[in-house]
Write a protein that binds this ligand. Structure first.
Ligand code: PLP
Length: 444
């Protein structure tokens, strides 16, 4: 069994060209990369190509990818299911200055696939979709506040950028709303009320306390970057009941889960219908997309023309509903139509979680495996985490990630959840489990 130091050294040696490129990149890109998520320490890994479940870096190292760009690549990288359609669309038109037939097609398909979506709008990212949904909720109800759960992630815009990153603040049953970045709009945190995730009683009390000023309660029914922790049945039922009672909109954010889970998304497993639903990522199989929508009586009056700033909510964007992205969405939704792909993915996810649990028992290390469907999380805690409060351990996560990358498995440290795709074979899963065994032993 190698030591952690040996694996770190191996990773260092096998990524010499990435390190060299980092020296060039850092002159023009802060942290040497285009976005926070890929600017990880000690240096970013620069990719050369990706295909199926495999990502190849500039040094020629192959990694089995369990990140899949936040779960976006349902069929693995560069699947012809997606790329053939996008290439064909590129020959037809890259952008259109008018509405496209594709947006009608995708809207029809997605509203059929996700029951709570009666009407939809497209944007370019999950962050945009979340921020605009909050705006719509405030416009529809005429109330100023949004409630969300501590540890949940609703994108990078100021509107909902609170209390996702640690350390947690406030009491376990009364978390504080903390700005997750410098430079946010002064006082913006006063527009957001924080709820303790999976604590139904305390959350109900907090919602009741602010009920007449609350426009919406946001929830990730399956937190992804908050630790791959599912919302408990009682918690979801309580939020739905209490929001209905006080005419507060119940907004479900399934940017990574959504179509990856199956018909109706993760919320359908709770037998609950939200007022608004947000998704993205896997919907376009690896192209940039965000989508929001929900009840017709909310969407239609606020978004139908003519636009008037006194009576309407603004939602537009130059590249929203881009034909190439929509061609990809169309291909994904067609491929998911029969339900077989979701069943296959969910079964594979269950196998991974089962084998990780067996591994944890075998090693005797205090490791908890979370997740549902095709999503999984690994936590170095004594008991299964019910909220993101207990999953922070950045150094351990970074070491675990490096130990995996040295063995040809990509699971970047900052990305707490792992995903499988239809391109992952039993051999890939075996290799992953073997790599995890070594990584758990050396990090414990
Ligand atoms: C639940 C959730 N909402 C919103 C977002 C933001 O999506 P995007 O990164 O496309 O802006 C994410 C991103 O990971 C997410 O996990």
């Amino acid at each position: 069994m190698p030591t952690l130091k040996e694996l770190q050294k191996k990773y260092h040696e096998q990524t010499a060209q990435s390190r060299q490129l980092f020296e060039r990149a850092r002159q023009v890109l802060p942290g040497g990369a285009a976005r926070g998520a890929t600017a990880f320490m000690p240096h970013p890994l620069y990719g050369q190509r990706s295909n199926g479940a495999i990502l190849t870096d500039v040094d020629g190292n192959d990694y089995i990818d369990f990140n899949l760009e936040g779960g976006s690549c349902l069929f693995g990288h560069c699947s012809p299911i997606v790329t053939d359609r996008v290439k064909a669309q590129l020959d037809l038109s890259e952008v259109q200055s008018i509405a496209s037939t594709l947006e009608v097609e995708v809207a029809m398909r997605v509203t059929d696939f996700i029951e709570s979506l009666e009407m939809v709008r497209f944007v370019n990212s999950g962050s945009e979709a979340c921020a605009i949904t909050a705006r719509i909720a405030r416009a529809f109800t005429g109330r100023p506040l949004i409630a969300m759960c501590e540890g949940h992630h609703h994108g990078q815009l100021d509107t909902l950028l609170f209390s996702h990153y640690g350390p947690p603040a406030g009491q376990d049953n009364a978390p504080a709303t903390v700005c997750d970045s410098m430079g946010m709009i002064e006082g913006i945190e006063h527009g957001v009320i924080m709820l303790p995730f999976n604590d139904a009683q305390a959350s109900a009390q907090i919602i009741e306390q602010h009920a007449d000023r609350l426009a919406a309660v946001f929830l990730e029914p399956m937190t992804i970057f908050g630790g791959a922790i599912p919302a408990e049945k009682e918690f979801v039922a309580t939020l739905r009941r209490i929001t209905q009672q006080h005419e507060i909109l119940f907004v479900v954010d399934e940017v990574p889960a959504g179509v990856r889970v199956g018909r109706g998304g993760a919320i359908a497993c709770h037998g609950v219908k939200p007022d608004m639903f947000i998704t993205g990522k896997a919907l376009a199989g690896g192209l940039p997309v965000g989508l929001y929508g929900g009840r017709r009586d909310i969407m239609e009056p606020l978004l139908s023309p003519p636009y008037d700033r006194r009576t309407k909510a603004l939602s537009s964007g130059t590249f929203s509903g881009n034909p190439m992205v929509l061609a990809a969405c169309c291909a994904v939704l067609e491929a998911l139509e029969s339900g077989e792909v979701n069943a296959q993915l969910n079964e594979l996810g269950e196998q991974v979680r089962q084998r990780l649990r067996e591994l944890a028992n075998r090693t005797g290390v205090a490791v908890q495996v979370t997740g549902e469907h095709s999503i999984f999380g690994i936590h170095f805690t004594d008991t299964p985490p019910r909220s993101g409060r207990v999953v922070q351990n950045n150094q351990l996560r970074a070491d675990f990630s490096t130990a995996l990358m040295a063995q040809g498995v990509l699971w970047p440290a900052g990305r707490i959840a792992g995903f499988v795709s239809t391109a992952h074979t039993p051999q890939h899963i075996d290799q992953f489990i073997n790599a995890c065994e070594v990584a758990i032993e050396v990090c414990a």
